[in-house]
Design a binder for this molecule. Structure first.
Ligand code: 3PG
Ligand code: MG
Length: 398
């Protein structure tokens, strides 16, 4: 990575270091407790690095989409509590993220203390990228560290704007994400397979185009498989497919064939006529999907086909669930792929978002080579696009 990191700047000497983290974690609807703390855990290396060097650590994050208003359920108190537990040190919380009160709290921190400021998105100026809001944040610190890889595709005030007013460097998580994902683009070990799922082809178009000349095999599951099957003239029942992506998909399949790449589509699928938890479902071959039924998972034959194929790859990148895995009857495809990847002797890289959540829920994250903390951000990065939050950081002197 050609950007300076926290290792390239002097943080010693009681400096105030403002760290943008992505603590946008899922919360239990009833209790409000954090249900998956992977994103919090992932920032520990940077936070500990700074504590060990005696910095005064000020953390900033968003949570949810409160759209510029204070929403009590989206306060960061519960996150500070979880961070205190896993860090083994008290983490203070402020009631705002800018202003004289916050400046005073930061000033009174002692070397090695950690303070978490309130949800940035309680201010609409955060998402509009307001310069005055970025300046107000910058007044709190001597150095800015971006460790919020998951939000680095947003040109928000706390991600990009703030770098205009403070020396700005990457945190250790952001560095690791960029290095690992760049590795896929620059020199993946071959053969290299990409397993793609999720609802829409349109979400993945940019990435597929950018990795086309690097992958040896593309395997398609999830809702997006319907568009591929339709492009091959199969009837997909009541599955939603993207009519406006059919041309792209047909062209993509032609290019794949021309390049001698392998494309694996489902051979059978799980279909249902309702999405309730008590829904009836059946397993059918792709040439006999009934008119009123929609695809909700890959079938057992497809699981076998995908598993046999993936077994021989040296690099496997996975983004997007194989079905509607939130409903237990339609989770088998996603779970089978998670178990398979966990046991492969290959470099296994999991895109963030729902794929990462599924793998974490199954307690298999530790068995993968790398699980990204960024959903939209990792897709954007793999599309070959510059992330505003990375772009804004200081270049490394060569
Ligand atoms: C995410 O979870 O996608 C990031 O935290 C960014 O959040 P956003 O999609 O609401 O901008
Ligand atoms: Mg998002």
């Amino acid at each position: 990575m050609n950007k300076m990191t926290v290792r390239d700047i002097e943080v010693e000497g009681n400096k105030r270091v403002l760290v943008r983290v992505d603590f946008n974690v899922p919360l239990d609807e009833k209790t409000g407790e954090v249900t998956d703390d992977s994103r919090i855990q992932a920032t520990l290396p940077t936070i500990k690095y700074l504590i060990d060097r005696g910095a005064r650590v000020v953390l900033i994050s968003h949570l949810g989409r409160p759209e510029g208003k204070v929403v009590d359920e989206l306060r960061l108190t519960v996150i500070a509590q979880r961070l205190s537990q896993i860090l083994g040190q008290q983490v203070g919380v402020a009631t705002n993220c800018i202003g004289p009160e916050v400046e005073k709290s930061v000033e009174s921190l002692k070397s090695g203390d950690v303070l978490l400021l309130e949800n940035l998105r309680f201010h609409s100026d955060e998402e509009t990228g307001s310069a005055s809001f970025a300046q107000a944040l910058a007044r709190l610190a001597d150095i800015f560290v971006n460790d919020a890889f998951g939000t680095s595709h947003r040109a928000h005030a706390s991600i990009a704007g703030i770098a205009n007013y403070l020396p700005a460097v990457a945190g250790l998580l952001l560095e690791k994400e960029v290095k690992t994902l760049s590795g896929i683009l620059e020199n993946p070990a071959h053969p290299f397979a990409a397993l793609l799922g999720g609802a829409k082809v349109s979400d993945k178009v940019g990435m597929v185009e950018n990795i086309m000349d690097k992958v040896d095999c593309l395997l398609i599951g999830g809702g997006m498989a319907a568009t591929f099957l339709k492009a091959r003239s199969y009837e997909v029942g009541s599955s939603s497919f993207e009519g406006d992506r059919l041309d792209f998909t047909v062209k993509l399949m032609e290019d794949i064939a021309q390049q001698g790449m392998l494309l694996l589509l489902p051979a059978d699928v799980v279909v249902t006529d309702s999405l309730s938890t008590k829904a009836k479902f059946k397993i059918v071959s792709i040439d006999s999907i009934p008119p009123d039924f929609r695809i909700v998972d890959i079938g057992p034959q497809t699981i076998t086909n995908f598993s046999r194929e993936l077994d021989r790859y040296k690099t496997v990148f996975w983004n997007g669930p194989m079905g509607i895995y939130e409903i237990p009857q339609f989770a088998e495809g996603t779970q089978a792929m998670a178990r398979l990847l966990a046991n492969l002797k290959a470099t296994t890289i999991i895109g963030g978002g729902s794929t990462a959540e599924a793998v974490t829920e199954m307690k298999l994250a530790g068995k993968m080579t790398f699980v990204s903390t960024g959903g939209g951000a990792s897709l954007r990065f793999l599309s070959g696009k510059v992330l505003p939050g990375v772009e804004a950081l200081m270049d490394k002197e060569i």
